[in-house]
Design a protein around this ligand. Structure first.
Ligand code: PMP
Length: 442
């Protein structure tokens, strides 16, 4: 199918028949990819691109085990979750086993947006409160309810701004945030958490009550950063004291990407600072490209929701669950979590080495295969190097290395490759990135 039209023809059809809001990468010279394998994508002329950005193709593009599981189940049965099926129950059991504490009840959905929407419904139902605290510049989905929870979106022109029931806490980001300093500082963890407490107090003054704190443990769209240690521990305490519950959005960061632990909420500096959320939302990597997402919560929270029925036509069908199982198989069989830890560590070190050579790099941060490189015009003023970041992304695409830029100013180079990424891939990325940065000086 992909080979039927020229790039120009495909683009012309897209412009004619597809809503412009559905934007595409590399607007001036879009890429037409026709096949993928592992950490590589191929265009119509079979040029190979190193994919550093697809966190959905978590175990690698078109992984044979995932394809086989999908094909096998697809040719046997695919129907909705109102029939009993072993794939559904065994998958729910397997996911629950990856979670700590009481997190053991799964609700199935199809996208991250739906998972977050349902998570907030569960929170409101359980607490009888309405309001939600989110982080500055966070993204949680594309639906009406989740756009309202995403300051990444609702602050843009035309979106209508922050709704009354949403409270935005300053992001706990130690490079550009309101408190700057060592990202490993416990003190910054405490100070940033106090800002959430202030949001709670301000809501209470207006007679509003907090149903939930919804946040990614390691914020991605907000700027690929790791909050300081103890931040979540303190935030969760304040939110629970206010009668709210804590939702961890693991849509981007779950399933071993962070290396040492399977879920990013488990990384909190040291064990004494670990947190257990009341609800966790999963998406993107969970199905390696197949639309599947899950809300995991506690029996108590799920029980309160029993007064409602929940039906989602495509969610948890036997094919989706077979794929979910297959993705977990590959993560285990190919040791991908460990790979994320070792290759991710190498990536972070090699990226940090560039700080000496290139003044345009203001900050390098990351964990596992989740890396942010912030470009600045000047290290003192930290003015975002916006055009430079765009130019680096385009230059690297010409060299067949795909990276993305993100953060509110789009000056943060972001990497979140499939977990089969290798040290040789890191070397390719670093060498090409250096070329791109040198090219800026010309
Ligand atoms: N949460 C986070 C953190 C995300 O990054 C995204 C997607 N970028 C979503 C939720 C929404 O997921 P989806 O696009 O599958 O609806």
């Amino acid at each position: 199918l992909g080979r039927r039209y020229s790039v120009e023809e495909t683009l012309a059809l897209r412009k004619k028949f597809v809503g412009k809001s559905m934007y595409y990468f590399y607007e001036d010279d879009p890429l037409k990819i026709v096949r993928g394998r592992a950490q590589y994508l191929y265009d119509k002329d079979d040029n190979r691109y190193l994919d550093c950005i697809n966190n959905v193709s978590h175990v690698g593009h078109c992984h044979p085990h995932v394809i086989e599981a999908s094909h096998k189940q697809m040719s046997q049965l695919n129907t909705n979750a109102r029939f009993l099926h072993d794939n559904l129950v065994t998958y729910a059991e397997r996911l629950a086993k990856t979670m700590p504490g009481d997190l053991s009840i799964c609700f199935f959905t199809c996208t991250g947006t739906e998972a977050n929407d349902l998570a907030v419904r569960l929170a409101r139902c359980y607490t009888n409160h309405n309001d939600v605290i989110v982080l500055e510049d966070a993204y949680h989905g594309n639906g009406s309810s989740t756009v309202e929870l995403s300051s990444y979106s609702f602050n843009k022109p035309g979106y209508g701004g922050k709704p009354e029931h949403v409270h935005v806490a300053k992001k706990p980001e130690c490079y550009r945030g309101i408190y700057r300093g060592n990202p490993n500082s416990n003190e910054l963890g405490i100070r940033y958490a106090e800002l959430v407490q202030e949001e709670i107090q301000m809501a209470h003054k207006k007679g509003q009550k907090i149903a939930a704190f919804l946040a990614e443990t390691m914020p991605s769209c907000a700027g690929q950063f790791i909050p300081p240690p103890g931040y979540l521990r303190n935030v969760y305490k304040y939110v629970r004291e206010a009668g709210g519950i804590c939702i961890a959005d693991e849509v981007q960061t779950g399933f071993g990407r962070m290396g040492k632990y399977f879920w990013s909420f488990e990384h909190q500096g040291n064990l004494s600072l670990r947190v257990i959320p009341d609800i966790v939302t999963l998406g993107k990597p969970i199905g390696n490209g197949h639309p599947l997402s899950v809300v995991v919560t506690t029996p108590a929270i799920a029980a309160k929701f029993e007064k409602f029925t929940y039906f989602n036509t495509f969610a948890a069908n036997p094919v989706s669950c077979a794929i979910g199982h297959a993705v977990l198989d590959v993560i285990e069989n190919e040791n991908l979590q460990k790979n994320a830890e070792t290759v991710g560590y190498y990536l972070l070190q090699r990226a940090k080495e560039l700080l000496d050579e290139f003044k345009i790099i203001g900050d390098v941060r990351g964990l596992g295969l989740f890396l942010g490189i912030e470009l600045v015009k000047d290290r003192k003023s930290r003015e975002p190097a916006v055009e430079e970041a765009a130019s680096v992304v385009d230059f690297m695409k010409e060299k067949h290395v795909l990276i993305a830029k993100d953060g509110p100013d789009r000056n943060i180079i972001k990497l979140k490759p499939p977990l089969c990424f290798t040290k040789a891939n890191v070397d390719t990325f670093i060498a090409t990135f250096k070329q791109a940065l040198n090219n800026l000086k010309l």
